[in-house]
Every structure is written in structure tokens, then in C-alpha cells.
Design a protein around this ligand. Structure first.
Ligand code: NAP
Ligand code: ZN
Ligand code: ZN
Length: 340
């Protein structure tokens, strides 16, 4: 491509996504320039679009499920090659100097490069990324298939694999959306007795096709009681966007069970102390993962034939695709594709 500009979709003011043309710039030291091929639309993008993400400055290009090819290297980049297929997730680089970084806990860096928040993300034909923040994409995956694995995938995969679970454990995934539909697949392929918790019966068949052994309709009754009838869950992966729906589910855990919060609802999560104290249950959050966790997620997905269920839209139609995700209509991930 010889054009000196590229198309991007930016949030210029809260609530407004618009297509703009920007000049292409060269990558700085330690950076790479990526020709974007696909970018998933994550619910977290809403915090950019509405202007509420802490530290956000507008205008900003959202998008942190980015896959493309490197077309230029900044100085000092030796690990990556021009033409190589790579991806970037939400955390596009750590500062390396804060306390969590110094303890090796890179994902909890206190001053991270955050795509779509501190730097422009992947709703664009071109993106500049920190070389330390990118992951290699295996050949088996198309760009549109790989993209959702870099946030929805890594987040659910990491939470499940780091929970100290054992084969056959009863594991529930609450919320069958972008994250949840991958969480169900990972839980099943990791060897857990997998329960999908949704609202209504509409997603029951899809959830079972994705690998759920059991589907629980939280709208029809007490989902926690249903889990207790099955013996109690060793872990619940809560991916929904409602705090009100999360709190009561803690009572569905077995003794010592873990409630893993990955959804980030706007409302508070109300908790009863009883199931926490009597049975030693715990609740904690989990934030996405590092680039190498991303590569693990992609490798596991290839190994176990896990793919996101996607709907693709051309980049220019990002506002429509975003609206469809916000309305809960995506089955299950909207992915923007470019002509690159
Ligand atoms: N921890 C992390 O690192 C991380 C990474 C990515 C995203 N997130 C967060 O995870 C959440 C989900 O993201 P997503 O991209 O999967 O969103 P999404 O595709 O829009 O799915 C939203 C999910 O929320 C559920 N939901 C909505 N309203 C609900 C209600 N009133 N009661 C119960 N469930 C409700 C839906 O469940 P049904 O199946 O019942 O319709 C659906 O599964 C967002 O808050 C996002 O910001 C966190
Ligand atoms: Zn995300
Ligand atoms: Zn740090």
C-alpha cells in the first residue's frame, strides 16, 4: 500500500464513533506498525465509547482484539519480522518499574499501555504497538477467528486455568456472550463438568453446542440452588455485565469454591457473608493476561479446535456492529475486518 493515510474509527466525543482519515506515522523505538486485518468488539470498548474509562483522553480509537501483519519495525526491535502475523490485547505493554511489575506480575502493572485508552487501538487499518505487547498468531487461525481470543479468550482461559481446578470439577460460566461463549468451550475442553448460566431458553441450544453439559436458566428460577442440587460448583466464572445477577450466585459454590469475577458491571455486587464464611468460599477478580498468555490461549484453541462464534462487519460499519453488541444481539462476537 502506498497511501500516506489510513482509515480509523474514533471516539471523538462521548457516544460518537466516526470514520476518520489519519496520516500514517512510523513506529518509534521498541514499536511495530501493524496493518490491521481484524479487530473484535469487546464490551469493555463501551468504556471508551462512553468516555468513562479512567485516564481516557478523547479522541481515541477503540479496539483491543487486534490481529494483523507487521509492516514496519521501530529501532531496537529484534524479536519480530516485517510480514509476521501478530495480535494485541487490552494490555499492550507494562511499564516494568511499578511494584507489581518488579514482582513479575505484569498484567497488574499500575501504569500500563492500554489499547483504546492510553493509546489508539484496532478499529483502524493501521496501528502502532509496543513490541513487548504483541503475540504471535498461529497459521491455523484466520485473523477474524484469532481476534476475539486476544481478549474474550485470554480472559476466560486464564481465569479457568489459574483457579486450581481438577478434571471433572463442576464449573459454571455465567453470562453467555463474547466472553462466556468462549468460557464454556474452554471449561469443557479443560475437562470440567460444565454448566452454562444464561437468562431465558434462547441460548440453551447454542450453549450446549458450545460444550455445556448443563444449561441453567437464571430467569426461570434460583440458579444458585440449581448448582447446589448438582453438588455445588468448584468455581463460577462470572462474565455478565450485571452486578445484581452476580451476588446471589456465590451461594451456588461448593465449600472452598471460587467465584471469579471477569465481567465488569456498572452496578455494585451485593454479597452475603454467610456462604463466604460458612464453607470458606472466596470471590476475586481476574484481568485478561500477558502476551505470552495470549499465545497459550491461541495454542490451546488450535489444539482443542476451539473457535469463537463470530459475525464480521467491514471496519466502516463499526458503529452498527458496536450497537449490535451493546443490544446483546451479537452471536457471539462482532469482528471488524479491513481490506488490508
Ligand atoms: N476481566 C477482564 O479482563 C475483561 C476482559 C474483557 C471483558 N470484560 C468485561 O466482561 C463483561 C462481558 O464482556 P463481553 O464482551 O462478553 O460482553 P457481551 O458479549 O456484551 O456479553 C454480555 C453478557 O452479559 C450478560 N448480561 C447482560 N445483562 C445481564 C443481566 N441483567 N443479568 C445477567 N447477565 C447479563 C449477558 O448474558 P446472557 O447470556 O444472559 O444474555 C452476556 O453474556 C463486560 O463487563 C466487559 O467489560 C472483562
Ligand atoms: Zn476486552
Ligand atoms: Zn508496571
Amino acid at each position: 500500500m502506498t497511501r500516506s493515510t489510513y482509515k480509523a474509527v474514533e471516539v471523538s466525543a462521548p457516544g460518537s464513533l466516526r470514520v476518520v482519515e489519519r496520516p500514517i506515522s512510523d513506529p518509534g523505538p521498541g514499536q511495530v506498525r501493524i496493518r490491521v486485518e481484524a479487530c473484535g468488539i469487546c464490551h469493555t470498548d463501551a468504556a471508551t465509547v462512553t468516555g468513562t474509562y479512567p485516564g481516557l483522553k478523547l479522541p481515541r480509537v477503540p479496539g483491543h482484539e487486534v490481529v494483523g501483519r507487521i509492516d514496519a519495525l521501530g529501532s531496537g526491535v529484534s524479536r519480530w519480522k516485517v510480514g509476521q502475523r501478530v495480535g494485541v490485547g487490552l494490555i499492550g505493554g507494562e511499564d516494568g518499574v511499578c511494584e507489581p511489575c518488579r514482582r513479575g506480575d505484569l498484567v497488574n502493572c499500575q501504569n500500563p499501555v492500554t489499547l483504546g485508552v492510553t493509546v489508539d487501538g484496532g478499529y483502524a487499518e493501521v496501528m502502532i504497538a509496543e513490541a513487548r505487547g504483541i503475540a504471535a498468531i498461529p497459521d491455523e487461525l484466520t485473523p477474524a477467528e484469532a481476534a476475539p481470543l486476544l481478549c474474550a479468550g485470554i480472559t476466560t482461559y486464564n481465569a479457568l486455568r489459574n483457579a486450581g481446578l481438577r478434571g471433572g470439577d463442576l464449573v459454571a460460566v455465567q453470562g453467555i456472550g463474547g466472553l462466556g461463549h468462549l468460557g464454556v468451550q474452554f471449561a469443557r475442553r479443560m475437562g470440567f463438568h460444565t454448566v452454562a448460566i444464561g437468562r431465558g431458553r434462547e441460548k440453551e441450544k447454542l450453549a450446549k453446542d458450545l460444550g455445556a453439559h448443563v444449561y441453567v436458566d437464571a430467569a426461570a428460577g434460583d440458579a444458585a440452588a440449581e448448582l447446589q442440587r448438582m453438588g455445588g460448583a468448584r468455581a463460577i466464572l462470572a462474565t455478565g455485565t450485571s452486578g445484581e445477577a452476580m451476588g446471589p450466585l456465590v451461594a451456588g459454590l461448593a465449600a472452598r469454591g471460587k467465584f471469579m469475577v471477569v465481567g465488569v458491571p456498572q452496578d455494585q455486587i451485593q454479597l452475603s457473608a454467610f456462604p463466604l464464611v460458612f464453607g470458606g468460599r472466596s470471590i476475586y477478580g481476574s484481568l485478561t493476561g500477558t502476551p505470552i498468555d495470549g499465545e497459550d490461549t491461541l495454542a490451546f484453541s488450535v489444539l482443542e479446535n476451539i473457535r469463537p462464534m463470530i459475525e464480521t462487519f467491514p471496519l466502516e460499519q463499526a458503529p452498527d456492529a458496536y450497537a449490535r453488541m451493546m443490544q446483546g444481539k451479537a452471536r457471539f462476537r462482532m469482528v471488524l475486518v479491513t481490506k488490508n
